[in-house]
Ligand binder design. Sequence first.
Ligand code: GTP
Length: 477
Amino acid sequence: MNSNVRQRTILPKSNAIRRTQSSGTGGLLPRSVRVVVLGVAGVGKTAMAVRFVTKRFIGDYDPTLETIYRHTTEVDNQVVNFEIMDTAGQEENSLMLEDKCKWGESFIFVYDVTDKYSFDELSRLKFIASYTHSKMRVNFTPCWILVGNKADLAERERMVTPEEGMALARDLGCHLFREISVKESTEESKCVFEDLWREFSKKSPRSPSSSQRKKFSYRIQDKIPVLESNSCTCTSEAHRKCGSSLILNGSLVSNVRNTLRRQTSVPIMQLGSSRKARDFVYSDANNNDERFNYSRDIDRIPEDSDEDDSSDTNSKPNVFNSPRARRNALTDTSSLGLPALSHRPNKALRKSISVDNVFIPLDLTPCSSSGMNTPLTSSSASSSNTSLNAISPCPHSAGNFKPKRNEIWRGRIRSDGHSLPNHSPVPDSDEDMVSLYHDHCRRNRSRGLHSSRCNQSFSNSYPHMNYPQTRPEVEGF
Ligand SMILES: Nc1nc2c(ncn2[C@@H]2O[C@H](COP(=O)(O)OP(=O)(O)OP(=O)(O)O)[C@@H](O)[C@H]2O)c(=O)[nH]1
């Protein structure tokens, strides 16, 4: 009897108990959060994620193919594994938005303060993300953050004021709003992710279970490359204690093992196991300065993308032709110590991101929590942030708005008289509707859905819309 009892006491703890232990700031196990960064093309989603993971700023613009960055760091004495999905702003290159929203547990919506279009588009993205999440049965509450980027350009080119940003955040039911400049500050990008973690852990003291996560990631994992930063930025005693207690318990979590190894040995750039990860080239220590450079083929862009390409209507779009992209591309990367773009013999453009300082421990000074409550000033040309916790959400905000399948809508008005919030996507004209429908069909086609399913899923996704009775011909159907 006694020996039975003794045996039971040395059994490893169940997942449930371990998850409970890991909750809260004094937890032993690292916790993780999946973050989806959303926004239109060129707003700085990649720049923000890479700034957080590597402390480097990417001065050149390559349209993103989706990537997941894994990064372990410490927030308020808690080791946190961030999985950050950097989405493609150009939707034709993206997977179904709904799939990404199902994968995500927290969301960062990014707009460019010098681009009104990027600001307006967020209502649509938030609507789809909220709607997707409202249909899922999950044991966590997603955290939503609105970020206005490129505040360094605001003085001369601002098109969206901080007040407008804050009002949108309130209308969309976001928990926090920040205006930042990824270019000018590492700390501001870091604070976005740290604040997101604080908010997420407050709302969801337990991480979703791994089985729950698997359920929502099966579509994603094969399609999106995973990059593990291997950057141990955790320097405190708490992190070391966390690692060693795990070893003593005999319950080594691979992430922690990696983290501990990083603390003691020469770091490596580790690539994820997904199929697409093979597209990444890892170049090792021939040149010490470029130890941690990795390159990635972006096949969509022709190598010699100069002005002449634009005259060729058959050629793929040249992203440097837009004034905004050209302006952004003017940033001198060499002065930042970043490698210049290189070209491969197969004429694909390479995207090179230097992460060679990834192992320099971050300054772990926490963002001032008082700063989160600082009221915004209209003169904030550089950066500012505020907490929206004190602001009650708009009752008709897209955050709370859940259209149901059998509701009857006439334009913006439901049969019971309820009217749709202004920022919910209702096309202004038939042309808008047709293009929305085209987008929807194109995305469905990429998933291999038949046209009849496409019509059905369109009316499920947008039940409040009177889409055309005779639907337009869509190429490929
Ligand atoms: N001036 C300025 N430029 C920035 C800032 N953040 C990003 N950029 C530039 O904006 C351009 C686009 O940045 P990306 O991070 O590639 O944009 P993205 O949102 O990932 O774009 P997609 O990959 O197409 O979705 C790049 O040239 C960046 O250098 C910023 O804070 N200030």
